[in-house]
Write a protein that binds this ligand. Structure first.
Ligand code: OGA
Ligand code: MN
Length: 297
């Protein structure tokens, strides 16, 4: 049986039915990839996945990241290193404390971002699987950076061409009020260059590639670069480019980190358990390398 593609919006989000992600034939994988390059967010409801099955599906798109930002020796990890723990739980499975480091750190997920743009080789796509959802709140919003690019005036497009932004997790965490990276964590996370406008190879569409991780633009005075980044984030997060995902348990949602932004929204995280696991697949190379553009010193 072939998969059912049910558009949620004309070309940004689709639900995929008639598929069991643990039993995929080559034709299923090919159809899912086609849909993924057309839309940029796919929702697979009612999937029963073990962690290994979740990873096996992710690996169809490329290598899964296993390097976590917070050193697991200092911050014990509840899940295998192939997963980002998107929950409000301690390693012992209890709801975290109000002042816990994990809670302060993960507040950064409430800012518009794309996963791993602060890594030299950034994220290609992320696959987030919900085990337990909050009864109210805790939605995830997604913004289409391709549509946002298309809507820019020609003069702005021309101005952005070839610009390179500097992305750093320290930048976004500082914005969200978290500043206490250890010296070792800081060393492991130097700022990286990423192209501000990129082309998605599978469909030729141009996309903005901006995020709260971006702090300045090479060759521009700091204040001017920062103002441009803030303006582009505000532009991209306008309502017409945004889809809000309201989670059900056992949803697997995958998104293209190359051309979307996302952010978590509020819920009563000291009361309700929200337990989701994310696998992120690495892109093929740094965005400047992919475009053949020299990396600034
Ligand atoms: C993520 C993320 C937001 C959320 O999983 O990468 O940013 O809603 N999640 O939990
Ligand atoms: Mn994220």
């Amino acid at each position: 049986m072939s998969i059912t593609i049910y558009p949620v919006t004309p070309d940004f989000v689709a639900e995929i039915g008639d598929v069991d992600l643990t039993r995929l034939g080559d034709a299923h994988v090919a159809a899912i990839k086609q849909a993924f390059w057309k839309y940029a967010v796919l929702v697979f409801p009612e999937q029963d996945l073990t962690p290994d099955q979740h990873l096996a599906f992710a690996e169809k798109f490329g290598p899964v990241e296993a390097d976590r930002v917070l050193d697991p020796k200092v911050n014990p990890h509840r899940l295998s290193m192939s997963f980002a723990d998107i929950s409000n739980l301690t390693p012992e499975g209890k709801i975290w404390g109000e002042d816990s480091r994990q809670r302060m750190y993960k507040a950064g997920n409430r800012l518009w971002h794309t996963d791993s743009s602060f890594k030299y080789r950034p994220g290609l796509c992320s696959l987030l699987y919900s085990r337990t959802v909050a009864p109210v709140g805790g939605h995830t919003e997604f913004a289409d950076q391709r549509a946002a690019y298309d809507a820019l005036p020609p003069a702005t497009k021309a101005k952005l061409e070839g610009l390179i932004a500097e992305h750093s997790i320290a930048t976004s965490r500082r914005r969200s009020g978290f500043a206490n990276f250890t010296a070792d964590e800081g060393k492991r996370l130097p700022p990286v260059p990423q192209l501000l406008v990129r082309t998605i190879p599978e469909n030729g569409r141009k996309s903005l590639y901006v995020a709260s991780h971006a702090g300045r633009i090479f060759g521009m005075p700091d204040a001017e670069g920062r103002a441009l980044i803030d303006e582009l984030l505000a532009h991209t997060s306008q309502r017409q480019f945004v889809y809000t995902h309201r989670w059900r348990a056992k949803d697997l949602v995958m998104w293209d980190n190359r051309c979307t932004l996302h952010r978590g929204t509020d819920y009563d995280d000291l009361r309700w358990v929200r337990d989701m696991h994310r696998a992120t697949v690495s892109d093929v190379a740094n965005t400047c390398e992919q475009a053949g553009i020299a990396i600034p010193a």
